[in-house]
Design a protein around this ligand. Structure first.
Ligand code: EPZ
Length: 457
């Protein structure tokens, strides 16, 4: 798998040096979707035949999920962006805490393991920098399908009720359209006895991609992408080949970076209707968008302030809230960004303010006064998408920035700096010989002092 050399501490000492005031030009190739590839890897546990996945992004999250599957005896063979997964001879055991702890998506394995083997033990995924990340929707849905679930010493232990050999179909209504819970329950229901109906289901494209692959494997799933999904359980699922859809969040990140730097670029491959809400907001703020088959071109000049409110698909995706805020820091006028999905997804505000932004936050609503310019800084990104936001701000800034926190960035963006450099950005990955500790909103003075010590050393 990829990135094996980048162990966590080594990654912590890496940073991107970005010379600001750039315009981007040309075409950028979008990788396969991280949030699709992760759940497709979990779904490969549903069959004892081979699954061939193409267009898998080379990311540390994918590497982690691969290691989790290997801990169950799954055989993985990867060649470039292709993964061949063989779950024929696997032994069900508790997933190792140290592997699960770093990857919430590992919890999505519970539905597949339970429905194929009748049991599953997975440590609680816990919260992260953006929120508590509860799993009650997953647990309640699995119980509705006939699972017995207890949580013992922070491990979720699931098994079939006595004498039952399978889960059985049920009508489930989610309290919130959770992406992960919808995916867990679709996988569990695919081999259950009878029909399952999931109401208030999440509609994200990654769920549609999962259902497409499961149906190729012999599942009977109808209306994925709608809020009511129907799954008729089958006896067995067979192997298949499947190509991961393009990453709409990566594509959106590059389009926002182009708007922020008054650039004209093309992103491809991409499925335009996966980004409708984002494209509408980019047009409303003054960019020209041209959709042509599986590519989107953007031409930007002056950007004006617009309000956004994150929402489940097809609304504005929470994963692009931080990058869009970087754009709004230099938009003309006042904008408002409301985060409705996660309770703590504003870590980037303080950091953008250190770069010259003028942003205040109250009750998960950010109020942004557009400023004329940003200044380059040395900062530490605190989560995956806030790191991307800092890089966009660095592209806009009038001087040099050093952005740390690449252990977050490398989770979700494949070859990010290489793609930016191909668009004409003077950017490079450097390694300092000191690990920059990531602390919340560390003052730039103290980071600058730490960096100067590095230079002195
Ligand atoms: C998926 O996370 C994505 N991750 C996230 O992407 C994305 O931000 C999120 O969906 C929302 O679109 C993967 O697909 C691996 P949720 P997930 O369950 O499934 C509440 C990124 O940056 N909730 O839809 O964990 C929860 O608190 C990552 O790529 C419950 O209340 O998200 C949250 O407020 C970050 N109970 C809301 O639902 C539950 O049992 C959405 O969470 C589950 C969730």
């Amino acid at each position: 798998m990829v990135c094996e050399s980048n162990n966590k501490s080594y990654l912590k000492s890496q940073h991107l040096k970005i010379i600001g005031q750039n315009t981007l030009r040309g075409k950028v190739k979008i990788s396969g979707a991280k949030n699709s590839a992760l759940v497709l890897l979990a779904a490969s546990l549903l069959t004892d035949e081979k699954i061939i996945l193409d267009n898998v992004p080379l990311l540390t999250d994918i590497e982690k999920m691969g290691n989790i599957l290997k801990s169950l005896g799954v055989k993985l063979h990867n060649k470039d962006n292709q993964l061949i997964i063989d779950s024929k001879n696997i032994f069900v055991q508790e997933l190792p805490y140290e592997l699960v702890n770093g990857l919430r998506a590992s919890f999505f394995c519970i539905g597949a393991l339970l429905t194929r083997f009748g049991e599953a033990s997975i440590p609680l995924p816990g919260g992260c920098n953006i929120g508590k990340r509860p799993i009650n929707e997953h647990i309640n849905g699995l119980r509705a399908l006939g699972a017995e679930i207890i949580i013992e010493r922070d491990v979720v232990k699931a098994k079939l009720v006595e004498k039952k050999s399978k889960l059985f179909g049920a009508n489930i209504r989610l309290n919130c359209p959770s992406v992960g819970a919808t995916e867990t329950l679709i996988m569990a229901a695919s081999l259950a006895e009878g029909r399952t109906v999931i109401e208030n289901a999440a509609r994200e494209p990654e769920i549609q991609d999962l259902c497409q692959m499961l149906n190729k494997m012999g599942a009977e799933i109808y209306d994925s992408g709608k809020e009511k999904i129907i799954i008729d359980g089958v006896q067995k699922l067979h192997g298949c080949s499947h190509k991961v859809i393009p990453d709409r969040i990566e594509a959106g990140t590059f389009l926002i970076a182009a708007a922020a730097t008054s650039s004209s670029i093309t992103v491809s491959p991409v499925i335009p209707n996966h980004l409708e809400a984002v494209l509408n907001k980019l047009e409303e703020s003054g960019s020209k968008i041209i959709k042509k088959g599986n590519s989107i071109s953007i031409k930007s000049n002056k950007i004006k302030a617009v309000d956004i409110k994150t929402a489940p698909f097809p609304g504005f995706p929470t994963d692009l809230q931080a990058p869009f805020m970087a754009l709004m820091t230099i938009a003309k006028g006042r904008s408002k960004i409301t985060e409705t999905i996660f309770e703590n997804r504003m870590n980037h505000v303080e950091l953008l303010n250190q770069m010259g932004g003028s942003i205040t936050v109250k009750n998960n609503i950010a109020h942004i006064n557009g400023v004329k310019k940003l200044r380059g800084k040395t900062l530490v990104g605190l989560d995956l998408r806030s790191s991307a936001a800092l890089i966009i701000a660095a592209l806009i800034s009038k001087s040099v920035s050093h952005i740390y926190g690449l252990e977050h960035l490398d989770r979700g963006y494949e070859n990010f700096e290489l793609k930016l450099s191909k668009l004409g950005v003077p950017i490079q990955r450097e390694t300092s010989n000191k690990i920059i500790s990531k602390t919340k909103c560390k003052s730039s003075e103290s980071i600058k002092k730490e960096i100067s010590e590095i230079k002195a050393a």
